[in-house]
Design a protein around this ligand. Structure first.
Ligand SMILES: [Zn+2]
Ligand SMILES: [Zn+2]
Length: 126
């Protein structure tokens, strides 16, 4: 066995250790990015919502294919931060006020159609 062979093994081992060191923080970083990923935006204040930040809402089933969702807001704007605006008429929405969104559970429950606030869509608040 020649010396060059040992040197080669040493180099390969060194390289592997180096690669492992590089991979571990990268994987940890990716996991963190996954947690930081934006899952949606508050329709009232536009705040980006991440894991654990949920929009507060009430759901009201009118019929089989008519689901009304009353959106109160996210922890950000309910906590007094950010300005709450109706995405339809752009008017200010008070902290106690909500906006209403329609959806069809038979089609897609998650697909919400924002109809407006008490001001511009009063028929949704009967
Ligand atoms: Zn909000
Ligand atoms: Zn409105």
């Amino acid at each position: 066995m020649s010396d060059t062979y040992f040197i080669l093994i040493g180099l390969v081992l060194g390289l592997l250790t180096f690669l492992l060191y590089m991979l571990v923080p990268l994987r940890a970083k990716r996991r963190k990015e996954e947690e930081d990923r934006i899952r949606g935006y508050c329709p009232l204040c536009g705040h980006a919502l991440r894991k654990g930040e949920r929009i507060r809402s009430n759901q009201l089933e009118i019929g089989k294919s008519d689901l009304r969702t009353y959106i109160k807001g996210c922890p950000f704007c309910l906590g007094g931060k950010g300005s709450r605006k109706c995405p339809v008429c752009k008017k200010k929405v008070g902290k106690e006020d909500m906006i209403v969104a329609f959806s069809n559970p038979e089609e897609d429950k998650r697909k919400l159609r924002v109809m407006g606030c008490k001001n511009c869509f009063s028929q949704g608040f009967d």
